[in-house]
Design a protein around this ligand. Structure first.
Ligand code: CA
Length: 231
């Protein structure tokens, strides 16, 4: 099993470093974001297993970021622990109302934080098992690695499945062939960019009979985008 990935969103460098250090030592993979903008970029790039979000951030409050994440069907399953210096009981309720899974008040010991993280990960373990992504009529079951439309399985090769999973979890964004190669083949330099076109063609063919091939859109001169809108 690979290490769990935790995204830390905290603008205070020293605190972020301290948390990151403790988590890495405990065997977690860590990514860091200084503000909500960076956190969003990081989320689009790689799905973490848990987020630690500081309440006070420079561009948007951690509370608002938590709400945004919990409102989005692609990210709402992600467990979130809010970090804050506000110890008031009212704040605690607001924090949990935002959808955060737990709430840790500063100053906290690295041990306390770790215990909370493990507890939240344990609780969310079962929810993560039946993670389902839906887009238009498509229903993708990440656990069963299966895509269905109205209960019918869409036949997909393993690469087409991965491609569709990536598209469904990153809709409405244009990706260049190079970016898709990076994400789907891990930057394997021996795969040519043309390969992407071959798999896109196959994916469209699989979606064609459901009238959903139009979701995989070619963006002239740029790459591909997964969208239900006509641009
Ligand atoms: Ca802060």
């Amino acid at each position: 099993m690979s290490a769990k990935l935790i995204l830390i969103v905290e603008d205070e460098h020293a605190i972020r470093q301290m948390i990151a250090f403790g988590l890495r030592r405990a065997g977690f993979d860590v990514r860091e974001a200084m503000d909500c903008r960076e956190a969003r970029q990081s989320l689009a790039d790689q799905r973490p297993d848990l987020l630690l979000i500081d309440w006070m951030l420079p561009d948007m409050s951690g509370l608002e970021l938590t709400r945004t994440i919990k409102r989005d069907r692609h990210t709402r399953e992600l467990p979130i622990i809010l970090l804050t210096a506000r110890a008031g009981e009212g704040d605690k309720v607001t924090g949990l109302d935002s959808g955060a899974d737990d709430y840790v008040t500063k100053p906290f010991s690295p041990r306390e934080l770790l215990a909370r993280i493990h507890a939240v990960l344990r609780r969310s373990g079962t929810a993560a098992l039946d993670h389902v992504v839906e887009f238009e009529a498509l229903r993708l079951d990440q656990q069963g690695q299966r895509v269905t439309v109205d209960g019918q399985t869409v036949p997909l090769g393993p690469t087409e499945y991965r491609m569709l999973e990536f598209f469904m979890t990153h809709p409405e964004r244009v990706f260049s062939r190079e970016q898709l190669l990076d994400r789907l083949w891990g930057g394997n330099v021996y795969v040519e960019e043309r390969t992407i076109d071959v798999h896109v063609r196959r994916l469209r063919k699989s979606l064609e009979k459901y009238g959903l091939d139009c979701l995989v859109q070619t963006v002239r001169g740029s790459g591909y985008r997964f969208s239900a809108k006509t641009h």
